[in-house]
Write a protein that binds this ligand. Structure first.
Ligand code: ADP
Ligand code: ZN
Length: 739
């Protein structure tokens, strides 16, 4: 027998399968993690078995090296995962090894982690009378008699501190025998018991529609906040288990809290495994093994859990499907949704995408019929949607209020605190100090070419467009109303906290932003302390927008609803709508109706109008028309190539050359009829032109989404491969930021 083995070395030159002989008596199968001699010096290397053959595929009686051994008794890769990795190599132009590495825990490589064994002891002969002068030895024997079963040494020591020497003595006297078993290190989560609710009519219909979905198909569950999407997920998983199949649930990393996991654990107990970046190495390895060995058919995890080794995969759920964290920013630059679609097709499973604010692309596909649209338009148990009021900050300003709170928000905050309820104040860090607007009329400086707000650059005291590079000086008066109140905009969470103290002295506040959430568990700690009522007002950035139910929160204030709206990105309307909807969803999750106050300088903006009544379909119709007009995604795709070098002149020179060469490659790949697909190819210094002494230059490409798109992408990837060594920083497909 022969095996094709890829060695675990990330280098293009060896990123292929090599043929080895399988020596007699060694059980080597597809997916095994093996040791092989490699290269001239026969260095021992790890590798993965990609296939097993009866005959060697090499001609002319080449003498082959032998596979040395298997590193684990089980295969570490499923045949399906190997196929998936091979597809990824083609689709993302990555190394096969890089794709395979996504499918196993990092610590498995190099044998850096091992199973944890626990020693257990039991009475050699339970009927024996035991007499000893040692009290502690007698206690140990009594304890084992009482429990009537083997106990781990750990557990005995918990009952009888200092029992270790006694146990050792008893083992020596053969009063006790010992053995060991494998323990799985598991992350902690709160697994409370729950009452399984009766489904609402809407939930029941949603489930029927999921059942009617044909194998390999995708459904989009559009459900308003608090509509009970999670219960639908739980029931779909239940059906999946009844059919003897497994399921994967993807949740954004930040929402993957012990509470979230707890909801699944309450229903499915030990059958769930959890995968995310905050696990210890041991936990990660053991959770992965529980999945691989079939003990946990349900996986809950962040983006990379989409690769989990679930056999007979019946269902993948992607919650909050619109989140950008599902796009990987490092090689291989996959999107979890694309991987999920492939896996369910291959397994004849189903894919369920859920959101209160679906991405435009997903909703577009749902309306097109390529996804099935399932809707939950109402909150469960007749709970009302929050009441949203808009505070017009222009009017406030003209009335002499130049503070950060409107009179409306102040009065509602006062009421809320008086009644002993809690409030959340939301700020968007990303809009901090960047865009330029007029406090009197709400005018925002936008680019003449791009319909996108311009960004203030302090160093040059100028505003620039991040899309086309256009530059203007910072005006002294507003070009719209002529008043001298034009300024760059910015409020921080600290400032909000100060103002709260000024208006409501003695109020307990908690703050959550990138500064306060510096270590692993801070996020969780702040939220749970707020949940226990230890603060009356939680002030935070988008981190507080999602996740928890706080029944006592009756007021949500959005301090500056338009900061993201003016962000220089074609997605700014979509992101603002998503954020406003998510934050509003935090109010009144229990019986008290929620109140939301959105402060804005552009109260008539369509995004605010739709967000106010949580009308996603209305927003979609508005926004998709905008995108179509400018041929922005989903009608097109942006690609950014980022270069960097110390010498700016040389970099610009090279960047221009590259742009020319790339354009030629793209035009060739698109063919004669595809020339119009190349909507834009722009070479310019990157918006942040210098970072840490390195100059940055970018080539921005905008391509029409046609059937020729994948050819064009291949041309871009090939271009990157050909120039990999020359100061290439990275290439981004659908870049999430343009900095
Ligand atoms: P979503 O994820 O859509 O925002 P959740 O799944 O968090 O909504 O549900 C909102 C609340 O309603 C939760 O507290 C949940 O326990 C509760 N809930 C869900 N379905 C039902 C039901 N059928 N009957 C009663 N309560 C329900
Ligand atoms: Zn522009």
């Amino acid at each position: 027998m022969f095996a094709k083995v890829i060695v675990d070395i990330a280098h293009a030159a060896v990123d292929r399968a090599f043929t080895y002989r399988i020596p007699d008596g060694l059980d080597v199968r597809l997916g095994h993690h093996v040791l092989v001699p490699f290269g001239q010096g026969d260095h021992v290397k790890e590798g993965f078995v990609l296939s097993v053959m009866e005959e060697s595929d090499l001609e002319g009686g080449v003498v082959l090296k032998d596979v040395l051994s298997c590193m684990e008794p089980y295969t570490v890769l499923l045949p399906e995962q190997i196929e998936l990795a091979q597809w990824m190599k083609e689709a993302y132009h990555c190394l096969l090894v890089d794709a395979l590495r996504l499918m196993i825990p990092a610590q498995l490589r190099g044998g850096r982690i091992h199973e944890k064994k626990e020693r257990i002891v039991y009475l050699a002969d339970p009927s024996d009378e035991f007499v000893s002068r040692s009290h502690i030895q007698t206690d140990v024997v009594e304890l084992l008699k009482k429990t009537g079963q083997p106990m781990s040494i750990q557990d005995i020591k918990a009952f009888l501190p200092g029992a270790a020497p006694a146990i050792a003595a008893l083992l020596k006297k053969r009063v006790l025998s010992e053995s060991s078993f494998t323990v799985f290190r598991r992350p902690e989560y709160s697994s409370r018991t729950e009452q399984i609710p009766e489904l609402t009519q809407e939930q029941a219909t949603a489930l029927q529609e999921m059942e009617a979905l044909s194998p390999g198909q995708t459904a989009l569950l559009y459900g308003v906040t608090g509509s009970g999407k999670t219960e639908v997920y739980l029931r779909c998983i239940e059906t999946c288990l009844e059919q003897g199949k497994g399921a994967i649930v993807l949740v954004p990393e930040i929402a993957l809290t012990p509470q979230t996991v707890g909801r699944f654990a309450a229903r499915f107990g030990d059958r769930i495994a959890v995968l995310h970046s905050r696990l210890s190495a041991g936990e990660r390895f053991d959770e992965w093994r529980r999945i691989r060995l079939g003990r946990a058919p349900i996986v809950i995890g962040a983006r990379s859990a989409v690769f989990a080794p679930v056999e007979n995969l019946g269902l993948i759920i992607i919650d909050e499907e619109h989140e950008n964290s599902y796009q990987s920013e490092i090689t291989p630059r996959y999107h979890a949704l694309d991987i999920a679609r492939r896996r369910v097709k291959r397994n004849n499973g189903k894919l369920l995408l859920g959101s209160a604010t679906p991405s435009l692309l997903s909703y577009y596909r749902a309306l097109n019929g390529s996804y099935r649209l399932i809707e939950l338009p109402h909150r469960v148990a007749g709970r009302p949607m929050p009441v949203v009021s808009i505070a017009d900050m222009r009017a406030e300003f003209l009335n002499g209020n130049n503070g950060i709170f409107s009179s409306l928000l102040l009065s509602k905050l006062g009421d809320c605190l008086k009644q002993g309820h809690q409030a959340m104040l939301f700020l968007n860090r990303r809009g901090y100090s960047t865009f330029v607007s007029c406090r009197a009329c709400g005018y925002v400086m936008t680019c003449d070419n791009c319909d996108i707000s311009m960004t203030y650059h302090k160093a040059q005291n100028a505003v620039r467009c991040h899309y086309c590079g256009a530059k203007k000086p910072l005006p002294k008066v507003c070009p719209n109303c002529g008043k001298p109140f034009i300024k760059y905009f910015g409020i921080g969470t600290e400032q909000v906290e100060e103002q709260i103290q000024k208006w409501f002295p003695g109020t307990k506040t908690a703050r959550m932003d990138a500064d306060t959430v510096s270590h692993r568990d801070a996020y969780e700690q702040i939220l749970s302390s707020f949940g226990r009522g230890e603060a009356q007002i939680l002030i935070g950035t988008q981190m507080i927008a999602k996740g928890h139910d706080f029944p006592n929160v009756t007021l949500v204030g959005v301090v500056a609803a338009d900061t993201t709206l003016s962000f220089p990105d074609f997605r700014s309307a979509e992101r603002t709508f998503q954020l406003l909807t998510q934050v509003s969803g935090r109010a009144g999750r229990d019986k008290d109706p929620g109140q939301v106050v959105m402060q804005t300088y552009v109260p008539d903006h369509p995004v605010l109008r739709f967000a106010r009544v949580q009308d996603y379909p209305g927003f979609y119709q508005y926004e998709i028309a905008q995108r179509k007009k400018c041929l922005y995604p989903p009608f097109s795709l942006f690609i950014r190539l980022l270069l960097s070098a110390e010498n700016e002149d040389a970099l610009i020179e090279r960047g221009k050359e590259y742009a020319k060469a790339l354009e030629a490659d793209l035009r060739k790949a698109l063919g004669e009829e595809g020339q119009g697909d190349l909507l834009l190819l722009l070479a310019a210094p990157a918006p942040i032109a210098r970072i840490a002494g390195q100059s940055r230059y970018q080539i921005l490409v905008k391509l029409l989404r046609t059937k020729r798109l994948s050819q064009a992408l291949h041309a871009v990837y090939d271009f990157e491969t050909a120039h990999r060594e020359d100061g290439f920083l990275k290439i981004e497909i659908n870049p999430q930021d343009m900095f």
